[in-house]
Design a protein around this ligand. Structure first.
Ligand code: HEM
Length: 339
C-alpha cells in the first residue's frame, strides 16, 4: 500500500514527500561520499605520513642486487650468489657499439690500402729472371709450423669474425636459423682449435725471435721507401727478415697482438684467471680488438707473400732463387753463401 494512502490532509502529504526526498538525497550523498572518507583518513593518518618519510625497504633490497651484492644461493660456482652484475651492461654497449662499429673499418681500411698499393706497384717482380740456382731458406720443420699456424689462424679468424659481425652480416644472408647453426658450429670450432693455435704461435715466436732482433740495417730499409715498396726499383738491405716483417708480422703481430689474443682467449675458455664476469668482459673486448688488428696485419702479410714474385716458393718448397735472395734479403744471402 502507498505510504500516502492514510494521509488525511494535503500539508501532511507534502511533509511526507519532503521527508522521502531528503531521505533519498541523504542516501545518495552517503553512497557517494562515504567511500571518499578513506582518502581523508589516509591523507591525515600519522602512521602513513611517517611511513612515507622512510625509504622503501624493497628499494634498498633491489639497489643492493643491482650493485652486485652477493646473496645466498645453494647453487655452487663462481659469483652464483650475484644476481645482477652491472658491468655486463657496459660490456654489451662497448661490444655492440664501438667494437662492432669501428672494427669493420679497420679491416676495410687495410683492404683499401692494399688495393692502392696494388694499383701503384702491381706485382713485385724480380729484376732478373731466375737462373735456376737456389738457396735453402726454410727447413721442413719451419714450413710445417708456418702452414699449421696459418691454416688455424684462417679458421679462427673466419669463425671469430662470424661471431663478432655475424648478426649484421650473416643473418641477412643465412637467415636466423642458418646463422644460429653456423654460430654454434663457429664457437665450438673456435674454442677447440684456439689452444692448438697457441702452441703454433708460441713455437713461431721461440723459433724466429733470433732472426727478428732489430738492427741498424732495418732503419735503412724503412728510410728507403719502406723497403722499396713505395720507391720502385730500390732494394734496401735486409737480413733474414726485413724490417717490415720484423716489426709488423713478428713484434706487433705475433708478440703483442698474438699474446694478447692468446691470453684473453684462454681466459674466456676458463683455462686461466679467476673467471669472474668483470674480467671476462675485459678479456672479451681485448680479444676482439687485438684479433681484428692482427687479422689486418695478416691480410697485409698474405698480400705481400702472394704478390712478391718468388716469395711463396721459400715457404712452400723451402728454397728460393738466388735472384730473389739477393734482391730481397741481401745480408742474409751473403751469410747463407758463407755457410
Ligand atoms: C695464406 C696465408 C699465408 C701466406 C700465403 C703466407 C706466406 C708467407 C711467406 C711467403 C713467407 C716467407 C716470407 C719470407 O721468406 O720473407 C711467410 C713468412 C712468415 N709468415 Fe706467413 N703466410 C700466411 C699466413 C701466415 C699467418 C696466419 C701467420 C701468423 C699468424 C704467418 C706468420 C709468418 C711468419 C712469422 C713468417 C716469418 C717471417 C717473419 O717473421 O716476419 N703467416 N709467410
Amino acid at each position: 500500500m502507498c505510504i500516502f494512502a492514510r494521509a488525511k490532509t494535503g500539508s501532511e502529504v507534502v511533509r511526507r514527500k519532503r521527508l522521502a526526498l531528503w531521505t533519498f538525497a541523504l542516501f545518495v550523498a552517503g553512497v557517494v561520499l562515504l567511500p571518499l572518507g578513506s582518502y581523508v583518513y589516509t591523507a591525515v593518518s600519522p602512521a602513513q605520513a611517517a611511513a612515507e618519510k622512510q625509504t622503501n625497504p624493497r628499494a634498498n633490497y633491489w639497489r643492493a642486487v643491482r650493485d652486485g651484492n652477493q646473496g645466498y644461493t645453494a647453487v655452487q660456482g663462481k659469483e652464483t650468489g650475484v644476481l645482477i652484475q652491472n658491468g655486463g651492461q657496459n660490456w654489451r654497449q662497448a661490444r655492440n657499439g664501438p667494437v662492432a662499429n669501428i672494427m669493420p673499418w679497420v679491416l676495410a681500411f687495410t683492404v683499401a690500402a692494399l688495393a692502392l698499393v696494388f694499383l701503384y706497384r702491381g706485382q713485385i717482380k724480380l729484376d732478373r729472371q731466375p737462373s735456376g740456382k737456389t738457396v735453402a731458406r726454410y727447413n721442413i720443420a719451419e714450413r710445417v709450423l708456418h702452414w699449421y699456424t696459418a691454416i688455424l689462424f684462417i679458421i679462427l679468424s673466419l669463425t671469430g669474425l662470424s661471431m663478432l659481425f655475424g648478426r649484421a652480416v650473416l643473418i641477412p644472408v643465412l637467415g636466423l636459423q642458418g646463422f644460429s647453426a653456423w654460430a654454434t658450429f663457429s664457437i665450438t670450432l673456435h674454442n677447440y682449435l684456439g689452444p692448438f693455435f697457441i702452441i703454433g704461435l708460441a713455437l713461431m715466436i721461440i723459433w724466429w725471435i733470433k732472426d727478428n732482433i732489430p738492427s741498424s740495417v732495418d732503419w735503412e730499409w724503412f728510410r728507403q721507401g719502406v723497403g722499396g715498396l713505395l720507391a720502385k726499383g730500390k732494394h734496401p738491405p735486409a737480413e733474414r727478415f726485413n724490417a717490415g716483417e720484423k716489426i709488423f708480422v713478428f713484434w706487433i703481430g705475433l708478440v703483442v697482438l698474438g699474446i694478447a689474443t692468446a691470453l684473453s682467449g684462454l681466459y674466456l675458455i676458463g683455462w686461466i684467471g679467476s673467471g669472474l664476469r668483470e674480467t671476462m668482459q675485459v678479456a672479451d673486448i681485448v680479444h676482439a680488438v687485438a684479433a681484428v688488428f692482427w687479422t689486418s696485419i695478416v691480410i697485409g702479410h698474405i698480400y705481400l707473400g702472394l704478390s712478391t714474385q718468388g716469395a711463396l716458393e721459400g715457404m712452400w718448397k723451402g728454397e728460393v732463387s738466388e735472384e730473389w735472395a739477393k734482391q730481397h734479403h741481401d745480408r742474409w744471402y751473403q751469410q747463407a753463401k758463407k755457410g
